[in-house]
Design a protein around this ligand. Structure first.
Ligand SMILES: NC(=O)c1ccc[n+]([C@@H]2O[C@H](COP(=O)([O-])OP(=O)(O)OC[C@H]3O[C@@H](n4cnc5c(N)ncnc54)[C@H](OP(=O)(O)O)[C@@H]3O)[C@@H](O)[C@H]2O)c1
Length: 267
């Protein structure tokens, strides 16, 4: 798929990955609706509007609010005449031991990481189906394939997002609308609390550069591959976990005490 003139709705555009992804999509010639929740991230996108006035729209929206999602879709229709690609990038994390977590975190993560992408996909699908083309791109995580200690709720939301992506892709076969699920491993952004950056510094996880991840997302959008996993050996472990979860259980047992130490620091 060529991105030139494609009308793209990108959530989470003001985040660490989104800030790298938006200019790449603009350089490829796309027309972009960038969503932001906070004033700070909206302000960080203002220069895109300045330099690509006719191709960029910044819309303030909390994707967990139905009225905001409706406004996003309506603005796409009004300003660009429709939508070709939805990129569900907005996301939230709660790193820590599940027993120590605040109960209110559970519905919050489900709303941002799962319900919002599903609702947005549902909102844009009628237009995509009637034009016979479109692409829904869901940004998951390697922890959507490996249930990881310290990430129980986050893993749950990303497993579900992966399942949704797979089922929808199969349901839409032959319609002209495709679904791509992209699973990065850890990325060096403010998404991760300081304890995770310390864990990475301790060699317990590898963190990718957000620009590299954004470049891989562009390639995934263009290629339309059904699932894209970023980074080795994590991609291999994701597949191993599906086939031989007991082996991954045994491997992870050794690192759980260290993860718990960092997770307690984050609580
Ligand atoms: N960073 C990682 O290690 C990593 C690894 C694997 C997968 N991912 C996935 O990649 C995606 C982006 O990660 P990132 O590192 O760029 O995160 P980030 O820097 O924390 O950015 C997250 C973005 O999501 C937006 N957002 C959060 N809640 C929202 C809501 N209710 N409504 C609207 N927007 C909301 C934030 O908006 P505001 O700035 O306006 O608050 C921000 O733009 C997430 O889906 C994440 O799960 C990240």
């Amino acid at each position: 798929m060529q991105l030139r003139d494609k009308r793209i709705l990108l959530t989470g555009a003001g985040g660490g990955i989104g800030r790298e992804l938006a200019p790449l999509l603009l350089d490829a010639g796309a027309r972009l609706c960038l969503t932001s929740r906070s004033d700070a991230s909206a302000a960080s996108m203002a220069h895109h509007v300045h330099t690509h006035r006719d191709r960029v729209l910044v819309v303030r929206a909390d994707v967990t609010f139905a009225a905001d999602r409706e406004r996003l879709v309506e603005r796409m229709r009004a300003e660009f005449g429709g939508i070709d690609i939805l990129v569900n990038l907005a996301g939230a994390l709660d790193f820590g031991l599940f027993a120590d977590a605040q109960p209110a975190m559970i519905p919050r993560l489900l709303a941002v990481n799962l319900e919002a992408p599903m609702q947005l996909a549902h909102a844009v699908l009628p237009a995509m189906l009637s034009q016979g083309s479109g692409r829904i791109v869901n940004i998951g995580s390697i922890f959507g394939s490996i249930g990881y200690p310290g990430f129980a709720s986050y893993s749950a939301t990303k497993f579900a997002l992966r399942g949704f992506s797979q089922a929808l892709r199969r349901e839409l076969h032959g319609s002209g609308v495709s679904v791509t699920y992209v699973a990065p491993r850890a990325v060096r952004t403010a998404f991760n609390p300081v304890e995770l950056h310390l864990m990475a510094a301790d060699g317990l996880m590898h963190m990718d550069d957000p620009l590299w991840v954004a470049e891989q997302i562009v390639r995934a959008i263009e290629s339309g591959r059904p699932e894209v996993y970023l980074g080795q050996p994590e991609s291999f472990f994701a597949r191993l976990n599906a086939l031989l979860p007991g082996m991954v259980d045994r491997g992870l047992r050794k690192v759980v005490p260290s993860i718990a130490r960092f997770a307690r620091g984050a609580a």
